[in-house]
Design a protein around this ligand. Sequence first.
Ligand SMILES: Cc1cc2nc3c(=O)[nH]c(=O)nc-3n(C[C@H](O)[C@H](O)[C@H](O)COP(=O)(O)OP(=O)(O)OC[C@H]3O[C@@H](n4cnc5c(N)ncnc54)[C@H](O)[C@@H]3O)c2cc1C
Length: 401
Amino acid sequence: MEKRIEEYDVVIIGGGPAGLTAGIYCGRARLKTLIIEKSLIGGLATYTSEIENYPGYPEGTSGMDLTSDFHKQAKNYGVKFKLTDVRSVEDKGDIKVVETFRTDYHAKCVIVCTGGKPRLTGAIDEDLYLYDKGISFCATCDAAANTDKTVLVVGSGDAAIEEGMFLTKFAKEVIVSIIHDEGIMDCNEIAKNQALNNPKMSFLWNTGVKRYEGDERLHTVVLENIRTKEEVPVTVDSCFLFIGYLPNTDIFENMLDMTAQGYLKVNEHMETNIPGIFAAGDVCDKTIRQVATAVGDGAIAGCSVEKYLAESEVFEKQILNDGKKTLVYLYDGSDAKQREHLSFIEELENDVDVVRVDVYKSKGLARRLHVEQFPTIVIMNNNNVETRIDSISKESVKNYL
Ligand SMILES: Cc1cc2nc3c(=O)[nH]c(=O)nc-3n(C[C@H](O)[C@H](O)[C@H](O)COP(=O)(O)OP(=O)(O)OC[C@H]3O[C@@H](n4cnc5c(N)ncnc54)[C@H](O)[C@@H]3O)c2cc1C
């Protein structure tokens, strides 16, 4: 089958809060923008009926309502949507090829907003009680709904124990299921000691989840003692699984820099290691994974894309300048000494085309020219760097022209 090809300024992979927000920013900047989502527009947030910590909703809202407003807003700015699975992304320099089953999308920029999924135990009937039916993955989100209730926490890493302690502020009892022998936990020592001394917390050592039971909603988690095989039924109002989170980054292996756990490494501009590929939201290496932080990342990524594309135009038209000899002055505009050179740089305009790049605002163009020290003058000729001058004076520069 012949693949269709469509061209966009930016393709956003993932239609959760991060992707939708990035879309709103790109759409408003009048970039030709496509969001590709493989399942539900709104992402992971659509799984919760109660979002009480997103600003602007004093009575709370549902994830579905909130993200459907994000969706409407993105559409209002001309963002296009495709419901399909992205299979791969190929970096071809100025163009990134985003591959789906029927179509290859050619984009100048890509924003990866693929989020992740909580790791499951795989125990019997787990799928019947996920999310709003009793099995939760987010204490910040669901603690208040468990006020004066009994909850089971599964896991013993930092997230499990710290979130478990947070739950004790609401629940009347927090039971923790841990696979290790008594006293052994995977979390840090401080959290461990605080948890062991917390009167609302109790521990079931050497246990793992065997099956989940309930009717409309979960009411019992049947644990199994992994040594004796004895079943330990625990009656609960909710069960919180903190046994890891799996970022959706398989398709970026060996391409984008990621942590050992598979989270994408980005800088403060949400740039990945590949120019023109950005990432935002839960898929990134970060500490707090919430809607508010995902939309913040999405906003930054959208603005960064706009800046990247504007810089690409300056690079193409002014710096490469049809192969003509061009002097590029890269300086930090916040440094008075570096600004002083601007007057003699202006005089050089009689001899050569001049481009001034203030790196205080963005270092994007400096990165493209592989310049890290400022001020530096780069002489371009025939689309290549002819000379780099870092000891700058009128005379030294004139010699190179
Ligand atoms: C049950 C639950 C309750 C929560 N409650 C709250 C709360 O009360 N408050 C709060 O702030 N946060 C809450 N969260 C966390 C919040 O949902 C996430 O932090 C937020 O959704 C992250 O947004 P995101 O856009 O980064 O990723 P996601 O929402 O995970 O979106 C990623 C999207 O990318 C898509 N995708 C992945 N791979 C591909 C691919 N190859 N091709 C195409 N599409 C792809 C996925 O289908 C998904 O829709 C909750 C989470 C859960 C699970």
